[in-house]
Design a protein around this ligand. Structure first.
Ligand code: HEM
Ligand SMILES: [Cu+2]
Length: 537
């Protein structure tokens, strides 16, 4: 059998060493992964609580809980924290760090010290942004000019913080690219790589190529505000739409930085719990690269109403439809993998199935928005809010929760309560849909986004959405308690509780410090469930 036991002789689990210093100076990719995991989870919870406050305000048509200005600050914070602190570093930095060396049969990433450095840069960025909260910005996470160039809230500090965060992303991406090229175990050919690795690779390329653009854009904005240089202000010869072009040239690829790692997670979970080889391995692998490439060509679909020419808008509308092709390839291949599988509904699998269902709704509504004529009506309405949450929560967050439940025993060597995990999945799934599905209707009826108040006719759907957010919040709360409680339980996790064939499951749980006693020889791909047929390598 492929990838058989490569357990160590003297087993020292990587969590053995205790004490604060052992974490502060660690270069172990698994520990750095944990530090990212804790940080991003914390920001997810904080930004989630802010979201609940926003939804509470939106329960009634009037601004009776917070003032309109406070609401603006809240959605700026919510969006910025969720995007730049949680979902962009997200799965790539946490699970990417933990899994990449283990999955390719390496002792660590290519540049372990740089890896720790990237984490400190991430922390430096968060400290700067937290400092900026003393005078919180109200521009939305998109920092659009001309408003961001003139508001007297502290835009310079928060954008500088995001600028610093960008370096963390760039360096992590570079580290992973080199690791995947150079550190694969003998026999781990490109076509034997787990699909999570292909996804991480595509993500890393995006991080490396797209992030510098947003960094420079934010610097230009800072220069405009503090030195009075007219990049974006028409009065000084600048162009406010230039900001949007720059911003989305990064931020559209960035939505794929957010989602591609989650797609990688789904490709790992589904074959294990369907007990079938993944269907269409190469198609899934190369579609990650395809998505990454096309994502650079579609940014102006965020700008159909900002006065770009009809020709440009038509071309960008068409190019946007192209993204649906590699995306649909993945969805069809996941479905084909499930077909006639012997499916086990483990909590991780429930999240994976949730992903396939919800992400498809998110993706298809994205095609509506990409259609030029429809977007003129739907732009900046709640339809967009619903779409983006179907992609980001229905997609990425489902993938993140799935990954947490799937690799938890390996990462921590402990088990959580599976029945409670299923209950929290149910609450998250139902709560999410009640929160965000009504927003499609609100958007179609013309409710604009980013307002604290609204006409009375929207109240019943708005209130429904708020009730849904409470169910969703409860689900996340129960999940968090369950996962934290598991860490203190006495139940030790087995080495390979699901009978997975992937390399990370062939070492003890939790893994030894250097992962493998000796570098494994890989003789087969990782998806040979049931019948063992290797994709031609
Ligand atoms: C915990 C559940 C969540 C709830 C109840 C929620 C709710 C909201 C609300 C009410 C808005 C403001 C809509 C508007 O007035 O325009 C919003 C905006 C936004 N949310 Fe969430 N959200 C949640 C989770 C997330 C997650 C997980 C992400 C990303 C990973 C996210 C990303 C965003 C972004 C990017 C915006 C747009 C901010 C803007 O440009 O106005 N949200 N959300
Ligand atoms: Cu886009």
């Amino acid at each position: 059998m492929a990838n058989e036991s490569v357990a160590t002789n003297v087993y020292v689990p990587y969590l053995e060493q205790k004490g604060f210093m052992s974490w502060l100076v660690t270069t172990d990719h698994k520990r750095i992964g944990i530090m990212y995991l804790i940080s991003i989870s914390l920001f997810f919870l904080i930004a989630g609580i802010i979201a609940l406050l926003m939804r509470f305000e939106l329960m009634t048509p009037m601004a009776d809980f917070v003032s309109p200005h406070t609401y603006n600050v809240l959605f700026t914070l919510h969006g910025s924290l969720m995007v730049f602190f949680f979902i962009v570093p997200g799965l790539a930095a946490s699970f990417g760090n933990f899994l990449i060396p283990l999955m390719i049969g390496a002792p660590d990433v290519a540049f372990p010290k740089l890896n720790l450095g990237s984490y400190y840069i991430y922390i430096a960025g968060t400290i700067i942004v937290l400092y900026a909260l003393l005078q919180p910005a109200d521009t939305g996470w998109t920092f659009y000019t001309p408003y961001s160039a003139t508001t007297d809230t502290d835009v310079v500090m928060i954008t500088f913080g995001v600028f610093v965060l960008g370096f963390s992303s760039i360096l992590t991406g570079m580290n992973f690219i080199v690791t995947i090229h150079k550190m694969r175990a003998p026999g781990m050919t490109w076509h034997r790589l787990p699909l999570f690795i292909w996804a991480s690779y595509a993500t890393a390329v995006l991080q490396l190529l797209a992030t510098p653009v947003v960094g420079i854009t934010l610097l230009l904005l800072i220069a405009e505000r503090s030195l009075g240089v007219g990049f974006f202000d028409p009065a000084k010869g600048g162009d406010p739409v230039l900001f949007q072009n720059f911003f989305w040239f990064y931020s559209h690829p960035a939505v794929y930085i957010m989602i591609i790692p989650a797609m990688g997670v789904i490709s790992e979970i589904i074959p294990v719990f369907a007990r079938k080889p993944i269907f269409g391995y190469k198609a899934i692998a190369y579609s990650s690269l395809g998505i990454a490439f096309i994502s650079f060509l579609v940014w102006a679909h965020h700008m159909f109403t900002s006065g770009i020419s009809e020709v440009a808008a038509t071309i960008f509308s068409f190019l946007t439809f192209l993204v649906a092709i590699p995306t649909a390839i993945k969805v069809f291949n996941w479905l084909a993998t499930l077909y006639k599988g012997s499916i086990e509904l483990h909590s991780a699998m429930l999240y994976a199935l949730g992903f396939v269902f919800l992400f498809t709704i998110g993706g298809l509504t994205g095609v509506f928005l990409g259609a030029l004529a429809a977007d003129i009506h739907l732009h900046d309405t709640y339809f967009v809010v619903a779409h983006m949450h179907y992609v980001m929560i229905g997609g990425t967050v489902m993938g993140f929760f799935g990954a947490l439940h799937f690799w938890y025993p390996k990462w921590f060597g402990k088990m959580f309560n599976e029945s409670v995990a299923k209950l929290s999945w149910f609450l998250v799934f139902v709560g999410f849909n009640i929160t965000f599905f009504p927003q499609f209707f609100l958007g179609i009826q013309g409710m604009p986004r980013r307002y604290a108040t609204y006409p009375e006719e929207f109240q019943s759907l708005m209130a429904l959405s708020t009730y849904g957010s409470w169910i969703l919040g409860l689900g996340v709360l129960i999940m968090t308690v369950n996962l934290i409680k598991g860490l203190f339980s006495d139940e030790k996790a087995p080495q390979n509780p699901y009978g997975s064939l992937s390399l990370e499951w062939q070492v003890p749980s939790p893994p030894p410090t250097l992962n493998f006693d000796k570098i494994p020889e890989v003789t087969d791909w990782t998806y040979g469930y049931g019948k063992k047929k290797e994709v031609d390598a």
